[in-house]
Structures are given as structure tokens and as C-alpha cells.
Write a protein that binds this ligand. Structure first.
Ligand SMILES: [Zn+2]
Length: 311
């Protein structure tokens, strides 16, 4: 059943509509919400919404509870493949929890929170940007770690990155919901403006596995799950470009690298020379890799998770 949760008039004729698809069966009162499209250029979640709804409808008798799917929290952004909210020049993930008496967008954010509040779990799917490819991972605030890590471990992802409290942006959807005691896990995976089928299928399997563990699916046998590594057992190393130039990739993404491995080259196509060989400074899991070929000095190229050897 499709439900319009927000309907606001735009200046001339058009309307801002935010809709959700509700799939409900059985007598269970648990509710899981899948949200995406806060950043309009992140489209990986569109496939997850499609495939999850398709598979639930195919096996509707197994469902015991309610699944709310929100493919586009920023529909103007998704429809125009724009990261922020077009015409307002705003990052939508910086205005939560919103304000019921605020302007159109603040009011919209507030209404979204009201609709999600009280769910047993919210999965907020992001897809990096057009510059960096991310392995399927969860991002969790350290204050919420104890509560959320066990659920994130069920999601068939590769990595759980627990952030310091100081780096948490208080105006994000996830933080606002977690403060309201609605458990919310942020997923980052893939790359902006693209769909990575393998990642999408893995996350759908993971969401179904999580639902099974939440007792929202009966008689359902989950696929084999990947066991994510946890950032608290090591450190995340950032690599930045030392020169501006064109990146030539030399390793594939999502691999374990050894200290000294060549990750990519920054070259000068005008002179035909290599400006920088980007070498891995550690042994670890290459979970973020720049795919956008143009790079400026200081740009992020890669992130590697290096596990402590005593783990
Ligand atoms: Zn995002």
C-alpha cells in the first residue's frame, strides 16, 4: 500500500510529495523502515528498495509485521540526480530533526521524523558520492555502538565503522532518530549515481536476515552472511593525494592489501610522467577507493582498515 506522508505545495503548480510503500502481514507489531534518497545523487538504495519489495511480495506469507520502504526522502533531488535539495541549496542530512514551525524543508524534515519515530529499526542507505567507491559498511556513533553493532553484524556487510562521538553530526537523520530511541543504522555502499548489483543483493539478504532475527519473518532461511570487521579492533588509515593529476587505478576495490602494495598512480598526461605512486602504508582492508580520475592535491584517495595483530 502506497501512502503519501508529506504533501507540500511548491511555489507554482508542482507539489513536493514524499511517499512510502507499506508491506504488512500477520499479527506481529514490529516495524522496520528502509529509507534512502536523502542525497539525491546516491542511487544504490533504489535497487535495494525494488528488490526488497519484490522479494517480500513474493513471500508475503512469511512476513509477520510491517515493512515501510521510503525510496526518496528527497524526491526533488533523486528525480534530478542532485545531491542536495534543488532550489534550496541544502544538504537534507543537515536539517534534522527539523522544526514543525520552520520553513518548508524544516517542516518536511520534522514530518519525516514523526513518521519514522517509534520503529523497531531504521536502515538509512547511502551511496558515497561520485568520487569514492565504498565497500558495504555500517557507520555507527560510538554512543550507540553497544546497542547497534549486534544488529549491524546481521546485515551481510564487510565493515562496521564506529565513529567518535565528536565526529557525529547532530543534524543527521540517523542521529536525530537514535536520540529519540529509534534505533537507526547508516549503510554506506557503492558509488554515487550508479547501481552495484552485487552490493544491493547482499544488503537485501542482510535486511531479510535482520528481520528473521527480529522475528519478523517466519520459516525463512537466510543466505550465508558475511562477517563484518569492526573498526574498534584496529585503525582506519586515510591516504590523500600528494599531487594534482589523473589517477590510473592498479588494484581492484574491496581487497586486502599489503604494506607497500601499489594502489594507484597519479600521472601527468601532459608530460607523460608519474607524479606519485600511491603505496599502501599498512596491511589491511581497502574499503574506500577513489574512482574519479581527476584528483587534486589533498583529495582523499583511499581508506584502509588495519586490524591490530593481537586481535
Ligand atoms: Zn549520503
Amino acid at each position: 500500500m502506497t501512502k503519501t506522508i508529506i504533501s507540500e505545495g511548491l511555489p507554482v503548480d508542482e507539489q513536493l510529495l514524499i511517499r512510502k510503500q507499506t508491506i504488512q502481514n500477520g499479527t506481529g507489531n514490529k516495524r522496520i523502515c528502509i529509507v534512502t534518497g536523502t542525497h539525491g545523487d546516491e542511487l544504490e538504495g533504489q535497487y535495494v528498495c525494488f528488490e526488497l519489495i519484490r522479494r517480500l511480495n513474493e513471500n508475503i506469507e512469511a512476513l509477520d509485521g510491517t515493512v515501510d520502504v521510503y525510496p526518496a526522502l528527497n524526491p526533488l533531488g533523486v528525480d534530478s540526480v542532485t545531491r542536495g535539495i534543488p532550489t534550496f541549496d541544502l544538504d537534507m542530512n543537515r536539517i534534522f530533526p527539523g522544526d514543525p514551525r520552520g520553513h518548508l524543508i524544516e517542516h518536511t524534515a520534522w514530518q519525516i521524523i514523526q513518521d519514522l519515530k517509534g520503529a523497531d529499526m531504521v536502515i538509512d542507505i547511502h551511496a558515497s558520492n561520485i568520487f569514492l567507491r565504498e565497500m558495504p559498511q555500517a557507520r555507527i556513533n560510538v554512543q550507540m555502538g553497544k546497542k547497534l553493532i549486534p544488529y549491524a553484524q546481521m546485515l551481510n556487510i564487510d565493515f562496521i565503522w564506529v565513529h567518535d562521538a565528536a565526529t557525529v553530526l547532530e543534524s543527521t537523520l540517523a542521529h536525530s532518530l537514535n536520540v529519540l530511541k529509534t534505533p537507526t543504522i547508516v549503510i554506506e555502499m557503492g558509488i554515487g549515481m550508479r547501481i552495484t548489483l552485487d552490493y544491493g543483493n547482499r544488503l537485501v539478504d542482510g535486511i531479510l536476515n535482520l528481520m528473521k532475527n527480529m522475528k519478523m519473518l517466519k520459516g525463512f532461511k537466510p543466505a550465508e552472511m558475511s562477517k563484518p570487521r569492526l573498526s574498534t579492533t584496529g585503525e582506519v588509515v586515510f591516504l590523500n593525494a600528494e599531487s594534482s593529476g589523473i589517477i590510473i587505478p592498479t588494484v581492484s576495490h574491496s581487497v586486502n592489501v599489503r604494506k607497500g602494495d601499489l594502489l594507484c598512480r597519479i600521472v601527468d598526461p601532459f608530460e607523460g610522467v608519474v607524479l606519485q605512486d600511491v603505496l599502501s602504508p599498512v596491511d589491511g582492508l581497502l574499503f574506500t577507493l577513489r574512482t574519479y580520475p581527476v584528483v587534486y592535491e589533498g583529495s582523499l584517495i583511499a581508506r584502509i582498515f588495519s586490524e591490530k595483530s593481537d586481535q
